[in-house]
Design a protein around this ligand. Structure first.
Ligand SMILES: C[S@@+](CC[C@H](N)C(=O)[O-])C[C@H]1O[C@@H](n2cnc3c(N)ncnc32)[C@H](O)[C@@H]1O
Length: 172
């Protein structure tokens, strides 16, 4: 997970400009590799990593089925929702919505599985997630439907130079 995270981090930093945000919360951050890299590039941004209390000592403790840190401009979830089926994923999205301010944006960093005849490592990860975790890699349509069911406005997605994509949604 850690080495995959380094690879994804560079791809995301080279694709998306985080400088317009004042505060970012990385939900289910693990060691927070991505957020640490964002803050190194943009030291003016305030950032919080949030995870289960037993996982990371420096994290703000949270259970994303109950609540996440409040009042951040941008909420990031990287490789979090692919661990969960649609019902649980929608619950997590609703929690983040409840705890975020009205201007908040949400960024999912996940694989976007392409159409049936296109080769994609996301399809192998999809098999893996289904067997190991009851999770799922999703197509653009599936991400959009899940975000909307969780109360978010789907804004679109952008591929990075890696295999991860940047999926954006807004609360208002
Ligand atoms: C697949 S890891 C992704 C970690 C990191 N975002 C990354 O990309 O390297 C999923 C993360 O979600 C966290 N997590 C699982 N259940 C959680 C919960 N109920 N509340 C908060 N975090 C949770 C795990 O501890 C883990 O760090």
């Amino acid at each position: 997970m850690a080495s995959l995270s380094n690879f994804d981090t560079n791809a995301v930093l080279n694709t998306f400009d985080f400088s317009k945000f004042q505060s970012i919360c990385d939900v289910g951050a693990g060691p927070g590799t991505l957020l640490k890299a964002i803050l190194k590039k943009h030291p003016q941004i305030r950032g919080v990593i949030a995870d289960l209390p037993q996982v990371i000592e420096q994290a703000e403790p949270c259970d994303f089925f109950q609540g996440v840190p409040r009042n951040h401009d941008l909420y990031i979830m990287k490789h979090v929702l692919h661990d969960w089926d649609d019902n649980k994923g929608i619950q997590i999205l609703k929690t983040v919505k409840e705890c975020s301010p009205s201007h908040a944006k949400l960024m999912l960093l996940e694989y976007v599985v392409p159409g049936s005849n296109i080769t994609s490592s996301g399809k192998l990860f999809d098999l893996h997630m289904g067997i190991v975790n009851n999770g799922k890699e999703r197509t653009e349509e599936e991400w959009k439907n899940m975000l909307v069911a969780g109360g978010w406005n789907y804004l679109g997605y952008e591929n990075t130079k890696g295999i991860i994509s940047v999926i954006l949604a807004s609360k208002d």
